[in-house]
Write a protein of this length. Structure first.
Ligand SMILES: *Cc1c(COP(=O)(O)O)cnc(C)c1O
Length: 354
């Protein structure tokens, strides 16, 4: 069979999940492959991965591993709610726009109430308005505030902003869930301890991304309040999220955390996005839509320029956020990739001006 080399033939800034498995994660999978171990998570790799996450987060949290982010978010939300509750989320939130109703499905009908806010982040006054606009029995009772960190449009909540959101939620007896598909990128961007933008700032449950950070598959769900994890193992099993060969989902975390790759990968992706932002700034007809704070750059560009880029083989999304082109960098993106894209954008713009 002819060998494929996707990197050579594929110019992409579409998503961080277009990237492969980073060497540290792959090596851990190799090591975990050396013989028989017990199944369904009852194995030394899983135990060690959990222990390392507890060390990284400096707290004795309860840890679960699931296959993907949709499962992590929707099962975490379902575990915090009854069917007559509601979850407050941003109107661009992945749980609202990209999970095919899984949070509602797994919670047997818990309603998502969306709140608009600039730059993919909440305006807390608006959140409070949604929480308090009704208190009667006809309205689904707000029970969880869901935050995405880094956000869907590549911005980042500061520790103070998360703390304020956490205080607001607690004032109304609500819990805080964080969609951390790109949590590592936020940590790298803010240069803070993971605890400072999670439990220390009032987050009760964190869905921590693995796949976009460089693993093959899998996300971790961290319950900082262990009581909230009651019977979560059954919920995972029922939802088809209990891996029988769990070690291949858990072991990569060990390699990623021990080597520091989880943070280095995020830094690499963020740095590439920063370089891209710098390269695109000032090109006529190109406008950066949001402050670049993590690993993506959102760009407003003439339709013609986008079409020229696509026909030159560049892959990128334009349906996420509010309609611009999204250029997403990953651990595998290089400076050369960024410069190549920037040159292609400049060429497309000048081509259009001819
Ligand atoms: C990618 C992503 C997820 C996880 O999506 P899956 O495809 O289900 O793994 C969750 N939240 C955000 C913000 C994401 O970008």
């Amino acid at each position: 069979m002819k060998k494929l080399n996707p990197k050579q033939s594929f110019n992409q800034f579409a998503s961080d999940n277009y990237a492969g498995i980073c060497p540290e994660a792959l090596q851990s999978m190799q090591e975990a492959n050396a013989g028989f171990v017990t199944s369904y998570g009852d194995d030394p790799w899983t135990e060690r991965a959990c222990e390392q996450l507890r060390q990284l987060f400096e707290t004795d949290c309860q840890v679960f591993f699931v296959f993907n982010g949709t499962a992590a978010n929707s099962l975490a939300l379902a575990s915090l709610c009854r069917s007559y509750h509601s979850v407050i989320c941003h109107d661009l939130a992945h749980v609202e726009t990209d999970e095919c109703g899984a949070p509602e499905f797994f919670s047997n009908g818990t309603k998502l109430l969306h709140v608009h806010g600039p730059g993919g982040k909440y305006d807390l006054a608006e959140v409070e308005r949604v929480i308090t606009r009704r208190s009667d029995i006809h309205y689904p009772r707000p029970k969880v505030l869901s935050l995405t960190q880094a956000t869907e449009v590549g911005t980042v909540y500061t520790p103070d902003e998360i703390r304020a959101a956490g205080e607001l939620a607690r004032r109304y007896g609500m819990k805080v869930q964080m969609d951390g598909a790109r949590f590592a990128n936020a940590v790298a961007s803010l240069n803070v301890a993971p605890a400072d933008i999670s439990w220390r700032a009032g987050v009760d449950v964190l869905c921590l991304g693995g796949a976009k950070n460089g693993m093959a598959v899998g996300e971790a769900v961290l319950f900082f309040d262990r009581e909230l994890a009651y019977e979560f193992d059954y919920r995972c099993k029922q939802a088809g999220q209990l891996a029988s060969k769990m070690r291949f989902i858990s072991a990569p975390w060990i390699g990623m955390l021990e080597s520091g790759a989880w943070l280095n990968n995020a830094r690499q992706a963020n740095d590439c996005a920063a370089l891209l932002e710098q390269q695109l700034t000032g090109i006529s007809g190109i406008r950066i839509m949001y402050p670049r704070q993590a690993n993506s750059v959102f760009v407003e560009m003439p339709e013609k320029v986008a079409a020229v880029l696509r026909s030159a083989g560049w892959h990128f999304y334009s349906f996420i956020g509010s309609g611009g082109a999204r250029f997403m960098c990953s651990w595998q993106t290089t400076e050369a990739d960024v410069l190549q894209l920037s040159a292609a954008v400049r060429a497309a713009v000048s081509d259009r001006q001819k």
